[in-house]
Design a protein around this ligand. Structure first.
Ligand code: NAD
Length: 316
């Protein structure tokens, strides 16, 4: 299948590229490299360096004749969205509209779109099911809510298949320290460089941490399954930021004390995602537990520090 992946040079996108290539698909990446890196991509994967808002997007990708678009490109920083909601909406909402419009113009059969648990806001009950009311408490969550609504609208108006994946807090190799949910990467970077790790708030806030490899697999499954569906992609496990920190301390035998900063605007207090729908309809389930994922990440971090070797890839 010919698969266009927006944001494919970023953290999650580059893993999606990898699993798609391994599954035998032909891939083209569009990324403006505002946060992504060429080095995140296998050398032979073609990359169009372009903003998803660019009016010539559709003509530039027309030659590739994409059958599916996996849309990952976004402004992903909640704090940045609070500081500049206009720029957040410009990238996330207007950018997505341009991608959807290009998809229609090029006769793309299906779009798979990255959304976020941030659309739920503060959950009324846990784990959150997909039919939970959407009450985002950040401009980022609002822009993702609009992304979902436009995806549905384009799908229904133009008869284009669509799938929306709402990710929990994604962690794993290649994550950078800025971002929607980079707490694992932030802690590890601080621990590695000898700075005191900072927790924003009291650390009792909980998240559903899901490994990037599992998120990439969910995208791969969504190439052919789950038409017209919205799916939570998490683990169903609620883990506090303090517990996460303690687990990393144990793995790294790290002993420095934490620093605490003010709770960040737009941050939710509790999150765990019900994943039964993804299990039943996508045939997907997370394969990597948090303990396993953190252990592997810490191991790779130590190896990389010692001999700067690249992160090994995994079999799908
Ligand atoms: N990381 C998480 O925990 C998490 C959680 C929920 C949802 N998401 C969603 O997953 C997707 C991928 O996020 P990520 O964590 O890999 O972030 P990332 O920043 O690593 O990846 C985003 C990619 O999009 C590119 N990009 C940004 N703006 C662009 C633009 N205007 N035009 C073209 N390319 C642009 C960036 O250069 C980057 O490579 C996003 O849609 C994000 O909202 C991420």
């Amino acid at each position: 299948m010919r698969v266009l992946i927006t944001g494919g040079a970023g953290f999650i996108g580059s893993h999606v590229v990898e699993v798609c290539i391994k599954a035998g698909h032909q891939v083209l990446v569009v990324d403006n490299l505002s946060r992504g890196r060429r080095e995140n991509l296998p050398r032979d994967v073609p990359l169009v360096i372009m903003d998803i808002r660019d009016s010539v997007l559709s003509s530039v990708i027309a030659d590739f004749r994409p059958e599916v678009i996996i849309h990952q490109a976004a402004q992903v920083d909640v704090a940045a969205a609070v500081a500049d909601p206009v720029e957040d909406a410009s990238v996330n909402v207007v950018g997505t509209l341009n991608v959807l419009q290009a998809a229609v113009q090029l006769g793309v059969r299906r779009v798979v779109v990255a959304s976020s648990a941030a659309v739920y806001g503060e959950p009324r009950q846990l784990p959150v099911k997909e039919d939970h009311p959407l009450c985002p408490i950040s401009p980022y969550g609002l822009s993702k809510m609009a992304v979902e609504a436009y995806t549905r609208w384009f799908g229904e108006k133009y008869g284009m298949e669509w799938v929306i994946l709402r990710y929990g807090n994604v962690y794993g190799p290649r994550q950078t320290v800025v971002g929607e949910a980079g707490v694992v990467a932030r802690f590890l970077a601080a621990m590695q460089s000898g700075y005191r790790p900072v927790i924003f708030g009291d650390g009792k806030q909980t998240r559903d941490f899901v490994h990037v490899f599992d998120v990439a697999r969910a995208n791969l499954f969504a190439l052919t399954r789950g038409t017209g569906g919205i799916y939570n992609i998490g683990t169903g496990q609620e883990v506090s930021v303090l517990e996460l920190y303690e687990r990393l301390c144990q793995l790294l035998e790290y002993q420095r004390e934490l620093a605490y900063g003010p709770r960040r605007p737009g941050d939710i207090q509790r999150m765990a995602l019900a994943i039964e729908r993804a299990v039943d309809e996508l045939g997907w389930e997370p394969l990597i537990s948090l303990s396993e994922g953190l252990k592997e990440l810490v191991g790779q971090m130590c190896t990389a520090t010692l001999n700067r070797s690249p992160v090994p890839s995994r079999e799908t």
